[in-house]
Design a binder for this molecule. Structure first.
Ligand SMILES: Cc1cc2nc3c(=O)[nH]c(=O)nc-3n(C[C@H](O)[C@H](O)[C@H](O)COP(=O)(O)O)c2cc1C
Length: 318
């Protein structure tokens, strides 16, 4: 009762989801749609990994895929020289090989359209399509990972030293490798590292009270609802961006940079304030913030013990 009468949080969320669907439809209509190119490529690539691999698959969306890809590259929302475009082409090359004997008219038409486009692009340089699992030949073992995870704690007191953008980008290298639903990657990290901007941003959420003034760097994690054509996927911005955030946080931690997640409760005035500050689109939502910097050796850090593993899991048999 209270929420439906006094709070407009649900209505704002609903509006953002609807705006996202409209933005998705508009993007598709005008050919500025990297999300569908990613999702469809992902679905085709998954089809390529199926056992047994079928002679005909992806019929329902292969023509759309070629169309979307061609238009996205034409419109500049995808760079034909990027690793991402390499991946898409590698998957499509493989797909058309795999379906060479298919009687599907849709596949035949898509193959012809693709062949025409493909000849205008350079050879694939970077990423190939589906491949055998590559056991991570890393120097990290589980003990290192556990040590990194256990060593991380939310730090709120920082030195005045700024963190170089190279260090932040290296951490992002970890973050962006996170899984996302259908590989859409519907998030962006808005990063602020100059004192005036950090202060402007850090003063908006409530959770920075008492320590906002000395945060050297801050990230606003933003989710993009224009990645989705249906409300059923409305939660993915939260899931996908948080998976990326954790990678980012551990990437910082491994380079000696501390951080603290900052809550983004859905409060109308603050939401409007932040949207205005960051110039966000109607279909974009703030997910949370991440303060980062070098830990002040004199600042105290809550120990924040974790519940026992047994309480966090149940192995089950039905
Ligand atoms: C989604 C989320 C929101 C959080 N919001 C705040 C916040 O607004 N202010 C703050 O000081 N800490 C915030 N934290 C940090 C938590 O207090 C902290 O993660 C928790 O106490 C566990 O401690 P640890 O991170 O050191 O393991 C947040 C953490 C998460 C994951």
């Amino acid at each position: 009762m209270y929420l439906s009468i006094f709070s407009d949080a649900f209505r704002r969320e609903e509006r953002a989801v609807n705006r996202g669907i409209s933005a998705y439809q508009h993007g598709s209509a005008v050919g500025r749609d990297a999300y569908t190119a990613r999702r469809n490529t992902h679905m085709l690539e998954k089809g390529l990994t199926m056992r047994p691999r079928r002679e005909t698959f992806g019929v329902a969306y292969i023509e759309e895929t070629i169309d979307v890809l061609g238009r996205a590259i034409g419109a500049g929302v995808l760079d034909s020289k990027s690793a991402e475009a390499d991946w898409m082409c590698a998957v499509l090359d493989e797909y058309f090989k795999a379906t060479a004997e298919s009687p599907s008219q849709q596949i035949a038409r898509a193959r012809a359209a693709y062949g025409h486009m493909r000849s205008r692009w350079n050879e694939i340089e970077g990423i190939n399509g589906p491949h055998r699992p590559t056991p991570s030949a890393t120097r990290l073992d589980i003990d290192d990972l556990v040590e990194l995870a256990q060593g991380r704690r939310s730090v709120r007191w920082f030195t005045a030293d700024s963190v170089s953008r190279d260090v932040v980008e290296r951490a992002l290298e970890v973050g962006i490798e996170a899984p996302t639903a259908c590989n859409r990657q519907p998030y962006r990290f808005e990063i602020f590292d100059d004192p005036a901007s950090v202060q402007a941003v850090a003063s908006v959420p409530m959770g920075t009270a008492g320590y906002a003034e000395q945060i050297p760097g801050i990230v606003v994690v933003v989710g993009d609802l224009s990645a989705f054509f249906d409300e059923r996927d409305r939660h993915l911005i939260y899931i996908d961006s948080c998976l990326a955030s954790m990678g980012f946080i551990l990437g910082l931690e491994s380079q000696g940079v501390a951080s603290c997640c900052i809550n983004w409760p859905d409060i109308t005035e603050r939401d409007l304030q932040m949207r205005d500050l960051l110039n966000l689109e109607d279909h974009e939502r703030v997910i949370m913030l991440i303060a980062y910097g070098y830990a002040d050796p004199a600042g105290l850090v809550p120990a924040s013990a974790k519940k026992p593993i047994e309480a966090a899991r149940r192995f089950r048999t039905l």
